[in-house]
Write a protein that binds this ligand. Structure first.
Ligand code: SAM
Length: 291
C-alpha cells in the first residue's frame, strides 16, 4: 500500500471512530496524500519565522505539516463536529491554536495582530469551494496583515485570478487579486486526490502581497465600485453598466464622454479595460462625481 492509500485508510478509521459525517454544505473534501500536503507547504514558502492562518483545517492533516514548518498556526474551523477530532489529531502540536467559528464572521485583522506578534502572516488553506471568492475578497480588502495567501481552489477560479483583459474569465476577482497581489499558479490536482472527491479539478495558487499596488488611484473605493458595476452587467457597454450601477451621480452621456476622453470607443465593455485603464477612468470621474 502506498503512503497516500495508507493515510486515507488511517483517516477513514479516525472519522469512523468519531462517527463523523461529511457535510456537503461546508465544502468538505479532505486531502489525503502527504506528498500533496508537503507540496502546498513548500509552495507557501513557509519558514519558522512565519505565523500561519489556516482556514478550514478539516481533520488537521495540512495543519500538522504547517505546524512543522511554521512558528505558529491558528486554524479556524466552522464544523463543531470536527473540533474533537482536531484536538485529538493535533494534541502534540504545541504551536497550534484551534478556533471554532465562521471565518467570514471573525475580526481577522484584530485576531491576527494579537496572535502573530509582529511575525509575517501567511494564509494557507484548502478552501471550501462554496465560499472561495468571498473568503479571498475578505482577505484582500479587510486590511488583514498577510504577506502571502496560498490556497487550493477550483481550477477555474485560479484561472480567473490570473486572467487579463479581453478574456471571458477576466472580471472583478482578477482585478482585485492583481491590484493587491501577484498571483502564481503552482500545480493542478485531480478530484481523486481528495476524500470524498469533488466534481471539479483543483489548483494551488499563491497570492503574494504587493509592497505598493501596481497602479496609483486617488479613490480606491470608487475604483472598485466601477469594477464591480462593469462586471455585474458585463454584457452591457461600460457606459450603460456604470450609469446603472456604480453609485455615480453622473448621467450616462457624461460617463460616455469620460470614457471617450480616455481613448476608448463609446461602446467599449468593461472586460476590455486593464487595471491601469480602470484606475485612470476612476481618476477621471473622481472630481465629477463629487460635484
Ligand atoms: N484542510 C482540510 C484538508 O485539506 O483536508 C479540509 C479542507 S475542506 C476543502 C474545507 C474545510 O473548511 C472543511 O473542514 C470545512 O468544514 C471548513 N469550512 C467550511 N466553511 C468554513 C467557514 N465559513 N469558516 C471556517 N471553516 C470552514
Amino acid at each position: 500500500m502506498n503512503s497516500a492509500n495508507f493515510e486515507r485508510k488511517r483517516m477513514e478509521a479516525v472519522l469512523h471512530r468519531h462517527g463523523f459525517r461529511f457535510q456537503k454544505k461546508y465544502g468538505q473534501n479532505f486531502l489525503t496524500d502527504p506528498a500533496v500536503l508537503a507540496d502546498i507547504v513548500e509552495a507557501s514558502g513557509m519558514t519558522k519565522d512565519d505565523f500561519v492562518l489556516e482556514i478550514g483545517p478539516g481533520m488537521g492533516t495540512l495543519t500538522a505539516q504547517l505546524a512543522e514548518a511554521a512558528g505558529g498556526v491558528l486554524a479556524v474551523e466552522i464544523d463543531t463536529k470536527l473540533i474533537p477530532i482536531l484536538e485529538e489529531q493535533l494534541a502534540d502540536r504545541m504551536n497550534v491554536e484551534l478556533m471554532q467559528g465562521d471565518v467570514m464572521k471573525l475580526p481577522l485583522a484584530e485576531i491576527l495582530e494579537e496572535r502573530a506578534k509582529g511575525r509575517p502572516v501567511r494564509v494557507v488553506a484548502n478552501l471550501p469551494y462554496y465560499i472561495t471568492t468571498p473568503i479571498l475578497m475578505k482577505l484582500l480588502e479587510e486590511n488583514i496583515p498577510y504577506t502571502s495567501i496560498t490556497v487550493m481552489v477550483q481550477k477555474e477560479v485560479a484561472e480567473r485570478m490570473t486572467a487579463g483583459p479581453g478574456s471571458k474569465i477576466y472580471g472583478a476577482l482578477s482585478l482585485a487579486v492583481q491590484y493587491y497581489t501577484e498571483p502564481q499558479i503552482h500545480f493542478l490536482l485531480e478530484p481523486r486526490a481528495f476524500f470524498p472527491p469533488p466534481k471539479v479539478e483543483s489548483a494551488v495558487i499563491t497570492l503574494t502581497r504587493h509592497g505598493t499596488p501596481p497602479v496609483s488611484v486617488r479613490d480606491e473605493k470608487l475604483l472598485f465600485a466601477l469594477i464591480r458595476a462593469s462586471f455585474n452587467q458585463r454584457r452591457k457597454t461600460l457606459a450603460n453598466a456604470l450609469a446603472n450601477g456604480a453609485g455615480l451621480s453622473l448621467s450616462k452621456e457624461e460617463i460616455a464622454q469620460k470614457i471617450v476622453e480616455q481613448g476608448h470607443p463609446a461602446t467599449v465593455r468593461g472586460e476590455a479595460l486593464s487595471l491601469e485603464e480602470f484606475a485612470r477612468l476612476a481618476d477621471g470621474l473622481v472630481n465629477e462625481n463629487c460635484r
